[in-house]
Design a protein around this ligand. Structure first.
Ligand SMILES: Nc1ncnc2c1ncn2[C@@H]1O[C@H](COP(=O)(O)OP(=O)(O)OP(=O)(O)O)[C@@H](O)[C@H]1O
Length: 564
């Protein structure tokens, strides 16, 4: 049976319906089952990529091999010896694949893309354990960005990659990162950190790390996420950073540790900057710069990934890279084509709550749903408002502790929460399987924020829906969104009159991006009820004060009597 049939036999692309979280490591029972399946698969992979039969096959797991033999009755000896043909073997194959995937590649000496993970075996001697881990995790076919960027990275070229949300960028950088570190394993122990991935938020770093763990399972590679605990151990010399081969971190946490010289980045050969436009934004650019200057190895290969890379960020990227290759999947300013986008004019702030309730009545409100608002205050207000609608709703924002945020994300991923209300803290990268609908309760302030927010749905090839509410205050902010919708082919998602709204000058765009639009509060509690609540709170405060004063007077009197 050839490797490709093993790959396709590995699993279907569809996730099992009962799988609710993507990266939750399996339970012990699942482990045993998958261990056996892995052995079988691994032995099949081993046999198939031992093209010249130079290796003795391990006869210990005879059961696994027997299992393989019993299912290989149709194999003929010729098949077992043939070297699998490359899916993409020449420029013509590459041109056709890029056309089909709507991929634009620019740069010097561009490598051919791969047409399947199998191509990595023939061209780059893909590590067989990595391959069987991919099959085991049901990654059978590479996505467009993976086809293009994996060979570029494996040929040690700097890379600027822009591909839609949910299109598999994480694996696109993790597979070559792990393969390169496998291949260049140094002889000496505690050689030092050779692979580094930085991402803007902890949630995203955790998710990347979980996917990394899946890829390196069963291999002697030390990988870690720079959590608060690990950062403390490193600062107190309880743990030495040099024992790790690959580290995933946010820039802020990493740079603190680097400055205290508890982490040495001088041996980093592979640096990945995920959500790159965010990390080159004014909030992060200094830390990112510091990290780059500490990665002083002459062999350093840099790659950056995002669904949006504005031209200013791209110029910055070009300045820090060496002959980079630029890969754009789809249209740079578009959102993922799997998302049906819609603009809804709600007239006023009150109209937004009515619009939500109308969606519930009309059966458009199909969980799991994520609702984005522009501030923590407004997210909390909407949470309290919808709490009484028995919607299994919860809220996540930067004022909640990392533990609380982690719990809410976990509960949302396993279906305990149906509606997640949030701010932009999880607008990027976090991968929720099967989110049906994203609602922008408040219009995002940039086209990039819009693309990333709605990109929480329509992931991994699935379809999704995004609805953006807007009022007359939003006539400036809605313009960039209409542009994204047009670039994404969603003309039916907005009406002609919306398009004729105010043309945005460069200053207007800057103003919209800088200022948060002042909005009326979110509540349908009638004024009279609010006043009654306020009076009640004041009465409670007053009685507390009286009690306190009474207590103080009594204490003072007792002291005077004592002293007489
Ligand atoms: N080759 C593949 N085959 C099947 N599913 C895949 C493949 N690669 C990635 N996926 C799945 O697609 C989903 C989205 O992947 P990922 O989170 O890497 O997207 P992304 O491009 O990084 O999105 P974003 O821009 O929002 O960060 C994940 O659930 C992932 O498991």
């Amino acid at each position: 049976m050839d490797i490709f049939r093993i790959l396709s036999r590995g699993a279907s692309l569809k996730k099992k319906s009962d799988v609710t979280t993507d990266y939750a490591l399996p339970s012990k029972k699942q482990n045993q089952a998958s261990k056996h399946k892995e052995d079988t698969l691994q032995h099949q992979v081993e046999r198939e990529i031992d093209f010249f039969h130079t290796r003795k096959h391990n006869t210990n797991s005879s059961a696994a091999l027997k299992n393989v033999e019993t299912t290989e009755t149709e194999e003929t000896s010729e098949e077992a010896d043939e070297i699998p043909p490359l899916e993409i073997a020449n420029d013509e194959d590459a041109r056709k694949l890029r056309k089909a995937n709507k991929v634009k590649v620019t740069g010097e000496d561009i490598p051919l893309p791969i047409g399947s993970f199998q191509d990595l075996i023939g061209r780059f001697q893909l590590d067989k354990k990595l391959l069987s881990n991919l099959i085991e995790a049901e990654f059978v076919e590479p996505t467009a960005i993976q086809c293009e960027s994996i060979p570029i990275s494996l040929q040690n070229r700097d890379l600027i990659a822009c591909a839609p949300t949910g299109s598999g960028k994480t694996l696109a950088f993790l597979i070559p990162l792990v393969q390169s570190i496998f291949q260049s394993s140094p002889k000496q122990k505690n050689y030092g950190i050779r692979g580094l991935v930085i991402s803007p938020t902890n949630e995203l770093a955790v998710q990347i790390f979980q996917e990394l763990q899946v890829l390196v399972r069963g291999k002697k590679l030390n990988v870690a996420i720079l959590s608060k605990q690990l950062a403390n151990k490193l600062s107190n010399d309880i743990v030495k950073a040099s024992k790790y081969d690959i580290i995933v971190s946010t820039p802020l946490r990493l740079i603190d540790i680097v400055k205290s010289e508890k982490v040495d980045l001088s041996r980093v050969e592979q640096l990945v900057i995920d959500e790159a436009d965010k990390l080159f934004d004014q909030g992060f650019v200094e830390q990112t710069d510091d990290i780059l200057s500490n990665c002083s190895s002459p062999h350093l290969r840099k790659s950056m990934f995002s669904a949006t890379i504005p031209s200013g960020v791209e110029e910055m990227a070009q300045s820090i890279m060496k002959d980079p290759i630029r890969v754009i999947v789809g249209h740079k300013e578009a959102a993922s084509s799997t998302i049906d986008q819609k603009l809804v004019f709600t007239g006023s702030e009150e109209g937004k709550l009515l619009a939500i309730r109308q969606m519930i009545q009309e059966g458009e409100f199909k969980p799991p749903i994520i609702i984005f608002l522009q501030s923590i205050h407004r997210a909390k207000a909407l949470f309290h408002e919808l709490l009484y609608d028995r919607l299994n709703v919860d809220v996540i924002h930067a004022e909640r502790t990392p533990k609380q945020r982690e719990d809410v994300i976990k509960r949302f991923k396993n279906g305990d929460i149906w509606v997640l209300i949030t701010t932009d803290v999880i607008a990027r990268g976090v991968d929720f399987k099967g989110v049906n609908l994203v609602i922008n309760y408040d219009v995002p302030q940039t086209a990039q924020a819009y693309v990333h927010r709605i990109g929480r749905t329509g992931r991994g090839g699935k379809s999704g829906r995004a609805v953006t509410f807007f009022t007359k205050e939003d006539d400036q902010a809605v313009k960039p969104i209409i542009n994204v919708m047009k670039q994404s082919g969603c003309e039916s998602g907005f009406s002609g009159w919306m398009e004729n709204m105010a043309k945005l000058s460069k200053n207007d765009k800057k103003k919209v991006k800088r200022q948060e639009i002042k909005r009326k509060g979110i509540s349908t509690v009638p004024k009279v009820v609010k006043q009654k609540r306020k009076q009640k709170e004041q009465m409670i405060e007053a009685s507390k004060r009286r009690k306190q004063e009474g207590g103080e007077k009594k204490e003072k009197k007792e002291k005077e009597e004592e002293s007489e």
